[in-house]
Design a protein around this ligand. Structure first.
Ligand SMILES: [Zn+2]
Length: 292
């Protein structure tokens, strides 16, 4: 979405947001960034300590994936699940434990190879190019992935094509209504861009290009033949593994103890403030609107 483009959710013209690369839809609240992805580029990877990030994220993701599968499994029309951007294969493994035939696709070659060595059924590559012709699924999941893909409409069209009728599309992503994101915007307005840039993952291997909330994401899905049938939140912070996550960005490591302490002190508050992760479960209902 450049100033001449329209909002992917509602077609309204966007307005310049809080940075030269940031745009906001005044009608539905959808946000877009123009940040260059750098997957498989060495220098961006150097900025992250992958091992430390893994330890930190694993505890959070594992608990969130279990909670997500609790909601998802009873609604599935069949057992074939595809996880797009499967990373280390953690979601695929949790889904397999629930009796699903789960597979993943992962574009980061090094991460994919590592997951394969750990026994996760992953294929290297991008969605949908990495799939075989005519291959279809009962569910397609995007866990912290959808917000990284610039062509949201193209991805939804591909999902519609690759899902069985009545199949489920699961989109799990950071929410523009979440307390951390809103706080980062406030700090950005006060001239402190660090956390806002971190929320968008500016300068990291795969920055965010979208910030949605459940309402505008549901609206986007509806334009492409998907009905939102379930919406819920997941926590973006659990104390277990938090320090490793904060310390995984090398340039920010010196301030990690301060950030950690701040988050831990605020932790009881987080339970009552707007949640930072939205999950929308869509059902494939109809042919997508042409050209949408
Ligand atoms: Zn909009």
């Amino acid at each position: 979405m450049t100033p001449r483009e329209t909002c992917c959710c509602c077609d309204a013209p966007p307005q310049t947001g809080l940075a030269p690369w940031h745009l906001v839809c005044p009608t539905c609240g959808y946000e877009r960034a123009h940040l260059e992805p750098a997957i498989n580029v060495g220098s961006a990877h150097d900025e992250l300590d992958e091992a430390q990030r893994d330890t930190g994220l694993r505890a959070l993701r594992d608990q969130n994936f279990r909670q997500l599968l609790d909601r998802l499994v009873p609604q599935l029309p069949g057992k074939r699940l595809l996880d797009v951007g499967a990373a280390h294969g953690w979601f695929v493994q949790r889904a397999a434990e629930r009796g699903l035939q789960a597979e993943g696709i992962e574009p980061d070659e090094a991460v994919c190879a590592q997951a394969q060595r750990n026994g996760a059924p992953l294929r290297p590559g991008f969605f949908p190019q990495a799939l075989r012709e005519g291959e279809r699924f009962d569910a397609i999941a995007f866990n912290d992935v959808f917000e990284h893909i610039p062509d949201a409409a193209g991805i939804l069209r591909a999902c519609h094509e690759r899902l069985e009728q009545g199949g489920l599309l699961v989109v799990n992503l950071p929410s523009s209504r979440g307390v951390f994101y809103r706080t980062s915007k406030l700090l950005q307005r006060l001239g402190l861009p660090g956390s806002f840039e971190r929320m968008w993952q500016k300068g990291l291997p795969s920055p965010h290009v979208h910030y949605f909330d459940a309402a505008n994401l549901s609206r986007l899905g509806a334009r492409h033949g998907f009905e939102a049938i379930d919406t819920f939140h997941l926590p973006s912070v659990r104390v277990r593994g938090l320090y490793s996550r904060i310390a995984s960005v090398r340039s920010g490591r010196w301030k990690a103890p301060i950030v950690w302490l701040g988050v831990v002190l605020a932790y009881p508050l987080l339970a009552v403030l707007p949640a930072d992760i939205d999950v929308v479960v869509f059902r494939r209902v109809a042919a997508p609107r042409s050209g949408g």
